[in-house]
Design a protein around this ligand. Structure first.
Ligand SMILES: [Zn+2]
Length: 258
């Protein structure tokens, strides 16, 4: 049951800032404000009242809006305790029941290192806000953590309920699916999804949120145990790969140069 509405505010090149508005209320939680001005404009236009900022990791396109936002709206800043977040008041590690504000359900904080060493994700009811860890049909690059950490984080996310909605922080879906199609050219779901999101983008629509069920069938980074993915990656690197981590590592490197 979702007791809030999620708004997307596009910022910078291809980032989304997610705003959670409690139903029947003007209270809003802001996630990963990489820029302040478009977020503040949306909040004013909709007459919203910010109550907190949640941050997944320290990269500029997730935090650069915090200080200018704070000048207008002094709210608590939640973020990963292992990373340097401007204005952070509530450093977090993994927990099952974080209370953010009385108007919102409790939140689960999940440690998902890999893209960065301290990256965290927030699960509120059936919505997962996972920053740059899991993307629609892709995953984040390695910018501080290890391949083993990122694979373990993606596996943790894979154990969540299938209907979990995936709110990642970038609009990378079309490019990711073109890579996914290269890895798995015979995956019908991938082909269908690519057609669908290409149409959405042509009409100026957002491709998010995704669902975990859809990611498990079309995201190659969640499928490194599938024979078709193993075979494609082994062919790409012209060698046998000993285990899932070796497949994941080679797949991530393949995507880096795709
Ligand atoms: Zn990042």
């Amino acid at each position: 049951m979702t007791l809030f509405t999620v708004h997307a505010v596009p910022v910078l090149e291809d980032n989304y800032v997610w705003l959670l508005q409690a139903n029947g209320s003007q209270s809003v939680i802001v996630i990963d404000p990489g820029d302040a001005e478009p977020v503040i404009a949306f909040i004013r236009q909709q007459n919203l009242v910010p109550v907190a900022i949640l941050v997944t990791h320290h990269h500029y396109d997730h935090v650069d809006g915090i200080q200018p936002f704070l000048a207008q709206y002094p709210v608590p800043i939640f973020g990963p305790d292992g990373e340097s977040i401007p204005g952070m008041t509530q450093p977090l590690s993994a927990t099952d029941n974080l209370s953010i504000h009385a108007d919102f359900p409790d939140c689960q904080v999940i440690a998902v290192p890999g893209h960065t060493h301290g990256h965290i994700a927030y699960k509120i009811n059936d919505c997962l806000f996972c920053g740059d860890t899991l993307f629609a049909a892709g995953c984040g690059r390695l910018l501080g953590g290890t391949h083993a950490q990122l694979l373990a984080s993606l596996k943790d996310i894979s154990t969540l309920p299938l209907e979990t909605k995936i709110y990642c922080a970038h609009e990378y879906t079309v490019a990711n699916l073109k890579f996914a199609r290269t890895v798995e050219p015979n995956n019908i779901e991938t082909q269908q999804r690519l057609r669908h999101v290409t149409q959405l983008r042509a009409q100026g629509h957002i491709t998010l949120p995704s669902t975990l069920a859809l990611e498990l069938t079309t995201n190659p980074f969640l499928r490194c145990h599938e024979p078709a993915v193993i075979k494609a990656v082994e062919q790409h690197v012209s060698q046998r790969l000993s285990d899932e981590l070796a497949v994941f590592t080679a797949l991530r490197q393949w995507k880096d140069s795709f």
